[in-house]
Write a protein that binds this ligand. Structure first.
Ligand code: CDP
Ligand code: CDP
Length: 219
């Protein structure tokens, strides 16, 4: 199914991947894959089951049998709406730890490929253009300065009624960047042929427009 168009959007945390990918998919009438949610769902399940985090085969088994479904922007885990629950900081941090396990990445591989359906797909994450869809029609590497990203996260958290501390956010972000870029398997690196987009001084709408423009130029 390599003829079905895929746009990959990879980048570090809080660079705006989710926001941009979601809107681009909407505009084009494409399907949308938030691959990070799969690592978050695995992490949430592991937490709830009290799984032994050193047992990578046990964690991979959880990943392989995720009873997940996506419906109209909501994420269901065996019929329970976990859209909010997987956004907790605790879940995000554990997600980034289990994402370094090769068995877990392998377990989620086929599930991700299955999202490539007509008329097309926009997929966001860390390795969409490098590992999962290396033959994507358009690859984007979205980034922004660590300060800009910390500001964005801060605003998101405050808007949702959570408390947040800028200093903690900055160090948390740097730790996550470090783990995601330096792990042995599927590290966060720009894919070959990726378009680079630094959005430090851009609005989300401007970033969305740039991606749509690149896509239109393909034809
Ligand atoms: O929202 P944020 O960018 O912080 O994270 P996310 O995209 O929801 O992903 C959570 C974690 O899953 C990341 O920190 C990555 O370590 C991992 N992940 C990954 O390894 N590969 C992907 N394709 C997507 C996420
Ligand atoms: O998915 P990722 O972790 O990369 O980021 P996100 O969850 O989409 O969060 C990015 C936040 O920054 C959202 O609240 C956006 O409205 C905002 N933002 C953006 O995405 N892009 C810009 N150029 C400026 C702000």
């Amino acid at each position: 199914n390599s003829h079905i168009p895929v746009i990959t959007i990879d980048g570090p945390t809080a660079s705006g991947k989710g926001t941009v990918a979601h809107k681009v998919a909407d505009k084009l009438g494409f399907h949308f894959l938030d691959s990070g949610s799969l690592y978050r769902l695995t992490a949430l399940t592991a937490l709830r089951r009290g799984a032994d985090l050193r047992d990578e085969h046990a964690i991979a088994k959880l990943a392989e049998h995720l009873p997940v479904s996506f419906a109209g922007g909501e994420i269901l885990l065996a019929h329970e709406n976990v859209t909010q629950a997987i956004r907790a900081e605790e879940v995000g941090n554990l997600a980034s730890q289990i994402a370094a396990l090769p068995t877990v990445r392998q377990a989620l591989y086929a599930l991700q490929l299955g999202f490539r359906k007509a008329p097309g797909l926009v997929a966001d994450g860390r390795d969409m253009g490098t590992v999962i869809f290396p033959n994507a029609q358009l690859k984007v590497f979205l980034t922004a300065s660590v300060e800009a990203r910390a500001q964005r996260r801060y605003k998101q958290l405050i808007d949702k009624g959570f408390s947040a501390n800028m200093e903690d956010l900055l160090s948390d972000l740097q730790a996550r960047d470090d783990r995601d870029t330096h792990r042995a398997i599927a590290p966060l690196v720009p894919a070959e042929g990726a378009h680079f987009l630094d959005t430090s001084n851009m609005t989300a709408d401007q970033a969305i427009e740039q991606v749509l423009k690149w896509y239109a130029q393909l034809k």
